[in-house]
Design a protein around this ligand. Structure first.
Ligand code: DGT
Ligand code: CA
Ligand code: ZN
Length: 567
C-alpha cells in the first residue's frame, strides 16, 4: 500500500516548505497526508479505477496533490520533494524526523556546528557541543538526545493504530482465498498492545504452499526475508516485518495460544500445565505420561482442560491473570459494543474539520445515543478556542439540531491554565452539560506544580472529567511528571472521571494507569477526541486500553445511556 509512503512524503514537503517560510501550502500537504493515512483503500487502486479524477475525490486532495500522487504511482518519486531537498543540506530531512526538532533548530545546528545528519548530531552531543552554544544550551542538548532515543524507539515499535489496519487488510485478503480456512492476527496485536514490533499472522489451511505463494506476492510487500514450507517472513512497504505461519485447522487453537503470547504468560501457564501432569506446545495440550492429545483445536478447550477460566488476549501479560483465572475471578471486560456515546469530540467551531451536524450524524451512524461537543476554550488560540460569545452561538446551533433518540450535549474541553486556573469562569462552566478539563501548556513544570494544577481542576465542582491526563504522545513526547496516586485518590473522592483518550498516539490513561485508577474507585470515560468524523473510529483503541487495564462495563461511564448519566 502506497498511502503511507505518499503521506510521509507530503509531511516532509510540508516541513521543508515551513522552513522556507511558505504560507498555507504546508497546511494543504499535511491535510492531504492525514487523509491518506485514514484511507482504507489503496491509492493505487483508486487511481487505477478512475485516474486523477478519482484521486481528487479523496477528502483533502486537490488537483496539485492528486498530480503528485499520480507521479508517485507512476515513477515512485515526487519531483517537488526532490527539488526541495536539493535546496537544503543533504540528510537534512533526517534531522526533522527527530521529535521536538523544528526546522529553525535544525538550520541553526547546521549553521553553527555543520550538523547534517542524526549521526553528526549524536557526535556533537557526545562532545557537549550543543550545550556550549548560547542560544541552545544544556537543556536543549538533553531534549535533543531524548528526541533521538524516541526516534529510534519509534522505528522499532509502531503504534497499534498504524499496525492494526494493515494487519487486518492482510488477514482479509487471505480470508478471501478459497485455500484459506481461517486467518487470525496473533502476537502483541492480538493482545492490543499500544505499540507493535511485527505483525504475526496464523493461517489454517491444508494447502500451505498456495498460502505462501499468495502471501509473498502481495502488493503490500517490499522484500521477502525467508520463505519456507510453513512460515514466511517479509518486510512490508511501511518497513514493518510480518511473519505468517500455516498450520492445520485442527491445531489452530494451540498455535494461537502459543503465538499470541505474551511470552511471560506462556511461561507461567506452562509451569501450571506441568504441575497438572500435562504438557503444552504450539501443537497441542498433551497428557505427559501417555502423550495423548487432550486439546488443540480451540484456545477455549485448551484453557478449560488445564482448569483455567479463559483469559481474553488483552489480559495475557502475566499480571495476575493466571492466578485470577485459577480462582475463576477474571474480570468480564468492557466491549466496544457497550459504548453508548463519545464524550469528547470537536467541531469546526474550534480546530475540528467537520461541522457539529456532520459529527452528530457520523455518531448516529455508529449507533451512539449521544456525543458531548467539547471544543477548546478561549486561551488555546492555535486551536481557535471559543469565547463565551462563541459558545452562545454554538449552543444555539446545537439547539437547532434535533434528532430522535440522539442527543448533542453541550460540553467543553476547558484548558487548565499554567497557574491551575480554568480558562472559563465558574459562572460559565456551570452552564455546560459536561466539562472536560485538560492541560495543553506548561508541560515542563515540576511534578508538584503540574500535579497541583490538575488537583485544583479535579476539585472544581463543575469539572466532570480530566482529559488525556499525562500528556504523553507515544514515541514523540514523554508523559509529564505527575503524582498519579494523589490524582487517582482525588478523582475517586470527588467523583471526577478520568479519560482514556483513544487517539492511537495518546492512549492516555494507559493500561496500567487504568487498572490502578479503577482499583481505587475512579470511573473512566473512553473518548476519541475526534477532530474529524473518521477519528470517531478510534474508539476501539481506547476500549482495547481499557480492557488491558482490566476494566469492566461498570467502570466505564459512557457505557451508560444519557438518561442514566443524568447530566
Ligand atoms: P512484539 O512483536 O514485540 O510486539 O510482541 P510479541 O508478543 O508479538 O512478540 P513476538 O513477535 O516476538 O512473538 C510472538 C509470540 O510468540 C509471543 O507473544 C509469544 C510467542 N513466543 C515467542 N518466543 C517465545 C518463547 O521463547 N517462549 C514462549 N513461551 N513463547 C514465545
Ligand atoms: Ca509480534
Ligand atoms: Zn480535545
Amino acid at each position: 500500500m502506497k498511502n503511507f509512503d505518499i503521506a510521509k512524503i507530503f509531511y516532509e514537503i510540508a516541513d521543508l516548505l515551513d522552513i522556507k517560510g511558505v504560507q498555507w501550502e504546508p497546511r494543504a500537504y499535511r491535510k492531504g497526508a492525514q487523509s491518506l493515512e485514514n484511507l482504507s483503500e489503496d491509492v493505487s487502486d483508486i487511481y487505477e479505477k478512475g485516474s486523477i479524477k478519482a484521486l481528487m475525490e479523496i477528502p483533502g486532495i486537490g488537483k496539485a496533490l492528486a498530480e503528485k500522487i499520480e507521479s508517485y504511482i507512476k515513477t515512485g518519486k515526487i519531483k517537488k520533494l526532490e527539488e526541495l531537498k536539493a535546496s537544503f543540506p543533504k540528510h537534512f530531512d533526517e534531522l526533522l524526523e527527530i521529535p521536538g526538532m523544528g526546522p529553525k533548530k535544525a538550520l541553526l545546528l547546521n549553521k553553527e556546528l555543520n550538523i547534517k545528519s542524526v549521526k553528526d548530531l549524536e557526535k556533537a552531543i557526545a562532545q557537549h557541543k550543543i550545550a556550549k552554544i548560547k542560544t541552545l544550551g544544556e537543556k536543549t542538548e538533553q531534549n535533543i538526545l531524548q528526541g533521538i532515543e524516541l526516534l529510534k524507539k519509534g522505528q522499532e515499535r509502531r503504534l497499534i493504530g498504524f499496525a492494526l489496519p494493515i494487519a487486518e487488510q492482510i488477514r482479509d485478503a487471505l480470508l478471501d482465498k478459497p485455500f484459506v480456512e481461517k486467518a487470525v492476527i496473533a502476537g502483541s496485536l492480538r493482545r492490543r498492545k499500544e505499540t507493535i514490533k511485527d505483525i504475526d499472522i496464523l493461517v489454517a489451511s491444508s494447502e500451505p504452499k498456495k498460502v505462501m505463494d499468495f502471501f509473498s506476492s502481495m502488493k503490500i510487500i517490499k522484500r521477502i526475508i525467508a520463505k519456507g514450507d510453513t512460515k514466511t517472513s517479509v518486510i512490508l512497504d511501511n518497513n514493518m516485518q510480518s511473519d505468517l505461519r500455516v498450520i492445520p485447522e485442527s491445531q489452530l487453537g494451540s498455535a494461537l495460544q502459543y503465538f499470541t503470547g505474551s511470552k511471560e504468560h506462556g511461561v507461567k501457564l506452562r509451569k501450571i500445565v506441568v504441575q497438572k501432569g500435562m504438557k503444552l506446545s504450539e501443537y497441542g495440550l498433551f497428557d505427559r505420561k501417555t502423550n495423548t492429545l487432550l486439546a488443540s483445536k480451540t484456545e477455549e478447550e485448551i484453557y478449560k482442560k488445564i482448569g483455567l477460566q479463559y483469559p481474553e488476549p488483552e489480559l495475557r501479560e502475566d499480571n495476575g491473570e493466571i492466578e485470577a483465572a485459577l480462582k475463576n475471578k477474571l474480570p468480564r471486560l468492557v466491549e466496544l459494543s457497550d459504548i453508548k456515546g463519545d464524550m469528547h469530540v470537536h467541531s469546526d467551531y474550534s480546530d475540528g474539520g467537520n461541522t457539529i451536524k456532520e459529527m452528530a450524524e457520523a455518531a448516529i451512524k455508529k449507533g451512539y445515543e449521544y456525543i458531548v461537543l467539547s471544543d477548546h476554550s478561549q486561551s488555546l488560540k492555535i486551536a481557535h478556542g471559543l469565547t463565551a460569545q462563541d459558545l452562545k452561538r454554538q449552543w444555539k446551533d446545537i439547539d437547532k439540531l434535533n434528532y430522535k433518540n440522539f442527543k448533542i450535549l453541550k460540553g467543553t474541553e476547558v484548558d487548565i491554565l499554567s497557574d491551575g486556573d480554568l480558562d472559563y469562569e465558574d459562572s460559565l462552566l456551570k452552564q455546560f452539560d459536561f466539562v472536560t478539563a485538560s492541560i495543553h501548556s506548561g508541560f515542563k513544570q515540576t511534578k508538584e506544580k503540574i500535579t497541583s494544577r490538575i488537583l485544583s481542576a479535579i476539585e472544581n465542582e463543575h469539572v466532570d472529567c480530566i482529559g488525556h491526563l499525562t500528556g504523553r504522545l507515544i514515541n514523540k513526547r514523554p508523559p509529564y511528571d505527575l503524582d498519579t496516586s494523589k490524582i487517582f485518590k482525588a478523582a475517586a473522592d470527588t467523583n471526577t472521571f478520568l479519560e482514556i483518550n483513544s487517539h492511537p498516539v495518546r492512549l492516555d490513561l494507559k493500561d496500567t494507569h487504568v487498572r490502578e485508577a479503577i482499583s481505587k474507585g475512579v470511573k473512566i470515560v473512553i473518548n476519541t477526541d475526534a477532530h474529524i468524523i473518521d477519528e470517531l473510529d478510534y474508539m476501539r483503541y481506547g476500549v482495547f486500553t481499557a480492557r488491558r487495564g482490566w476494566a469492566e462495563k461498570k467502570d466505564i461511564v459512557n457505557t451508560m445511556s444519557w438518561k442514566e448519566l443524568r447530566l
